[in-house]
Design a binder for this molecule. Structure first.
Ligand code: NDP
Length: 460
């Protein structure tokens, strides 16, 4: 008789946990997984998937506006939030079902409830106690909001999918992924949106020119910005909320949404008693094999706060399962991970920003292009696409690819393969474009930007 109930027990059935459990089961392990919510995790239930559907929904307004230039007459369009909201939730429930059947099909047992570690091989799920040779923590992260008076009056992204009505006025606090994505959604659907980032530019960490292109593009579509500002307090004012900024200025809105980051879901897991160490940010500390400080316990995904992206959690989960159960040791590779921000305009990137690359390479060649996409030539929409290649002059390797504009994520996903393969600028140049597309610009940029003045370069 086996010493443990399972070979592997996974806490948290999000993207990472589900992938790890399915792959481990495929390698022959006896696997159980617990979840106290819908199966699918943040991405499927209250993140990437429903968000992207809202982004599609909010784009329709522009499509309708531009239709006239293509000869279409669209009589008085109107928008019904409840229809979009409910259709999105139907899709979420469908995917929850798909994820459940994937687990079942793989022979993974789903235990409904919240998992709590009792010892290095034992998990309590409600009343049930299960034992496993190995435990994988994949509990993700949750929205975090600063401790300001009245912060509880604000919503977070989780709530945005369930609003009873489309708010007329929205204030969004923060300047990260979630802030700019939801600003685009609400703005596209017709709300008046004000974003309050604490810096002058949104999307810290991305290429500076791209940050500016996104912010300017959003402003051109009607999103207002109160940059370099912080909320001092929130108060009720009738049905509205009054936000007072630290400089004393006030903003009135129907909803205020905090998008000020996410914190790892470690509370209530019982980690401290077991000796599972956390890092300074409160995330579970792991080695390059996703192993925690307790040998039988591993952790993957946002709870480890490495690179908080769904496909990264999936990669970490897959590597873990191949390593521990598949006789194929594999470390997750966190280099050159492409990502996208589904803001409007959209931003996508792979590799280094120009600022990051300047800190690593002595000489860079920068190629950049800004143009109005063909689609908008007839409608006259003032929306530009920006593209940029960052090249290490010494090796000719393209070390950064950036795009702000329609379909940026779709394009950069393909180019990411070339970057992963170590493509040089000469290989980009030798690639024939597809005409007419925006993407061909990536293989036809020939004119280098003048190098920055030596003093400016030295100062960076
Ligand atoms: P981010 O870390 O992206 O951004 C947080 C924002 O809040 C930053 O602008 C930050 O400013 C600001 N902030 C932090 N603390 C405060 C404070 N006390 N007062 C005011 N502003 C503050 O977090 P998000 O919540 O937007 O997203 C969480 C994570 O989820 C992302 O890091 C990303 O990995 C993932 N995600 C990915 C998506 C995608 O791939 N498309 C979509 C959505 C989320 P500052 O820059 O100054 O620190």
């Amino acid at each position: 008789m086996a010493a443990y109930d399972y070979d592997l027990f996974v806490i948290g059935a999000g993207s990472g946990g589900v992938r790890a459990s399915r792959i481990a089961a495929g390698h022959g392990a006896r696997v159980g997984i617990c979840e106290d919510d819908l199966v699918g995790g943040t991405c499927v239930i209250r993140g990437c998937v429903p968000k992207k559907l809202l982004v599609y929904g909010s784009h329709v307004a522009e499509e309708v506006e531009d239709a006239a230039a293509y000869g279409w007459t669209v009589p008085h369009p109107s928008f019904d939030w409840a229809t979009l909201r409910d259709n999105v939730q139907k899709e979420v429930m469908r995917l929850n079902g798909v994820y459940k059947s994937l687990l079942k099909g793989a022979g993974v047992e789903l235990v409904v409830g919240r998992g709590r570690l009792m010892d290095a091989h034992t998990v309590a799920v409600g009343e049930r106690i299960v034992t496993a040779e190995t435990i994988l923590i994949a509990t993700g992260a949750r929205p975090w909001r600063p401790d300001v008076p009245g912060a509880e009056l604000a919503i977070v992204s989780d709530d945005a999918f369930h609003l009873p009505a489309l708010p007329k006025r929205v204030v969004i606090v923060g300047g990260g992924y979630i802030a700019v994505e939801f600003a685009g959604v609400f703005n596209g659907l017709g709300s008046e949106v004000t974003v309050v980032p604490r810096r002058e530019l949104v999307l810290r960490g991305f290429d500076e020119e791209c940050r500016k292109a996104v912010q300017d593009g959003m402003a051109a579509k009607g999103v207002r910005f109160r940059t370099g500002a912080q909320i001092a307090k929130l108060e009720r004012k009738g049905a509205a909320i009054l936000a007072t900024l630290q400089d004393g200025a006030t903003l009135e809105a129907d909803i205020v949404m905090y998008a000020t980051g996410r914190s790892p879901n470690v509370a209530g897991l019982g980690l401290d008693k077991l000796g599972v160490h956390l890092d300074k940010a409160g995330a579970i500390a792991v080695d390059e094999w996703s192993r925690t400080t307790v040998a039988s316990i591993y952790a993957i995904g946002d709870v480890t706060n490495r690179l908080n992206l769904t496909p990264v959690a999936i990669m970490e989960g897959h590597c873990f399962a191949d390593t521990v159960y598949g006789k194929r040791p594999r470390k997750a590779d966190h280099h050159d991970v492409p990502s996208a921000v589904f803001s409007q305009p959209q931003l996508s990137t792979v590799g280094l920003s120009e600022e990051q690359a300047r800190r690593i390479y002595a000489n860079l060649h920068i190629y950049a292009s800004s143009f109005r996409p063909m689609k908008y030539t007839l409608s006259g929409r003032e929306q530009r696409t920006f593209m940029k290649l960052v090249v290490d002059a010494a090796s000719d390797r393209v070390v950064g690819v950036h795009m702000v504009g329609d379909d940026a994520a779709e394009l950069v996903q393909g180019i990411a393969i070339a970057i992963k393969a170590g493509a040089t600028k000469a290989i980009f140049d030798a690639t024939v474009g597809i005409h007419p597309t925006a993407g061909e610009e990536f293989v036809t940029m020939r004119t280098r930007r003048p190098d920055p003045a030596p003093t400016a370069q030295a100062a960076q």
